[in-house]
Design a protein around this ligand. Structure first.
Ligand code: SAH
Length: 464
């Protein structure tokens, strides 16, 4: 199995820096299922090709710890040593992991630059035919060239095999190209050599960040990547849909005049986080969750309070988490500080065991982003399963909107809001939730209070 990556972007031999592999050397790596070799058949200033050759040990596969299942003949007679499969994905991540992550110490700017790149795979099993190659690669901006092979040259009547030599070409970063191959090769093959569980779902969503949610074949990619485990597939898909909706709505906001500007007075945001912080401190909590932490403004304040020994921020948007990571300078914090804080990727509408056992949780300006079925799912995920002793929830008070001249009547403060509640509506919801899950709740206004319309933000503090 051979993967060849070519560029003609001068100086083309810089590909060696991007791959962290010197063009003059043949390098070999021991993997659990055999060996991987990296070498360059050509490395000139105007054209450079790097090859990753997999030498899978078929006997080791039968006898070793990676023993494959199935009938005995298939143990010894199969295509695995010769084709691109999930073994290739493992090799990419283990041998070219830094390049896939977009890290390049010597040429950092090059790692972020879109380059004209070609990748050729000899050979790729395509369960689904040549059309499937076009359907998966073309929406990602690649052109596809596929060369099919007959099942047996001596018996043309047997027809075509599922094997193709495939070349894709596009202008993209090397990191994106490797990530696309990492995810899609096992999708074409429709097989995986290892058990597929929750970790694979997280891997798919992380590696698919920025492209999978908008891919027209996302259902098929997800289903095959997760080996037809339907529970995982459904979970992945609804998280992808969440991401897609969030992305679409934030793009809309960038384009149109943003009604959120009415709220962009930093002071209201600060007052809100100040009020939440005060409620969390008063609860005596030592461990806190920031559910839907966004870009981490509240997390930063929580970190400044010694009372909080363990802090967790979770959000469905990877982009927000990346911003949070930057804003909090996580990689530069002293170790004892960094150890207090964890950022998690996840959706609040699913039960998540990582969120159990904390003293308190904040849910700041999140619930109004969820439509009713998802909001009820969040209620259970937070109050029934994660079940912190204190939960602090804020949401806009719709009655106050009329006092914002820049906000047209009847419009929400944010394009992605599914609702904005009056005080009575919020309190009716909160009473029901408190009662169903055994909490008590009290309400506090946040921001300047108007006698008739109340304050811009309303806050409920739930207590077990
Ligand atoms: N709490 C932050 C951000 C509020 S914006 C603050 O006070 O500044 C709403 C946040 O909720 C966004 O970051 C969005 O990505 C997140 N969010 C929306 N739906 C979510 C879901 N189902 N699971 C987790 N986070 C979600």
């Amino acid at each position: 199995m051979l993967l060849s990556i070519t560029t003609e972007h001068p100086p083309a031999s810089d590909l060696g820096y991007l791959l962290h592999k010197h063009p003059d050397r043949l390098q070999s790596f021991d993997l659990s299922f055999g060996k991987a070799h990296v070498f360059y058949p050509e490395a000139d200033a105007d054209r450079c090709t790097a090859c990753l050759l997999l030498d899978i040990d078929p006997v080791g596969m039968v006898r070793g710890k990676n023993r494959s299942q199935g009938d005995l003949l298939a143990h010894y007679v199969n295509d695995r040593p010769y084709v691109a499969s999930s073994f290739l994905s493992v090799a990419i991540s283990q041998v070219l992991g830094s390049a896939m992550a977009g890290r390049c110490k010597d040429r950092p700017e090059l790692a972020e630059t879109s380059l004209p790149l070609a990748a050729r795979i000899d050979v790729l099993p395509v369960r689904g035919g040549e059309r499937f190659l076009h359907e998966l690669f073309e929406p990602l901006g690649y052109t596809v060239e596929a060369e099919g092979y007959p099942l047996d040259e001596q018996f043309p009547a047997w027809g075509d095999s599922p094997y193709y030599s495939v070349t894709i070409r596009g202008t993209t970063t090397l990191s994106q190209l490797l990530t696309h191959l990492y995810v899609l090769v096992p999708v074409f093959d429709n097989e995986k050599h290892y058990f597929v569980g929750e970790a694979e779902l997280e891997k798919l969503l992380a590696k698919g960040d920025g492209w999978l949610a908008a891919h027209p074949a996302k259902e098929q990619i997800t289903r095959r990547y997760l080996r037809h485990r339907y529970g995982l597939y459904r979970q992945a898909l609804s998280r992808l849909i969440d991401v897609e909706e969030l992305q679409a709505s934030s793009e809309e906001q960038d384009a149109a005049a943003d009604p959120e500007t009415v709220e962009r007075t930093e002071s209201l945001n600060d007052q809100r986080h100040g009020a939440v912080l005060a409620a969390l401190k008063a609860s005596g909590a030592r461990s806190v969750l920031d559910l839907g932490c966004g870009e981490g403004k509240l997390l930063r304040q929580l970190l400044q309070e010694k009372q909080f020994e363990q802090i967790v921020g979770i959000d469905v948007s990877i982009r927000s988490l990346e911003m949070a990571q930057k804003r909090l300078k996580l990689d530069r914090l002293p170790r004892h500080q960094a150890e207090r804080l964890k950022l998690l990727h996840g959706s609040l509408i699913y039960r998540d065991r990582r969120l159990e056992g904390y003293d308190a949780a904040a849910v700041v300006e999140v619930i109004e982003h969820l439509d009713p079925p998802r909001l009820s799912a969040l209620e259970r995920a937070v109050f029934e399963f994660a079940r912190p002793k204190t939960v602090v929830i804020t949401t806009p008070n719709q009655e106050y909107n009329i006092l914002w001249e820049s906000l047209p009547a009847g419009q929400f403060r944010h394009a992605d809001h599914r609702f904005e509640w009056t005080r009575a509506e919020f309190q009716a919801w909160a009473e029901r939730v408190a009662q169903s899950f055994g909490y008590t709740v009290r309400y506090l206004p946040v921001g300047p209070e108007d006698e008739k319309h109340g304050s811009p933000t309303q806050m409920g503090v739930f207590q077990l």
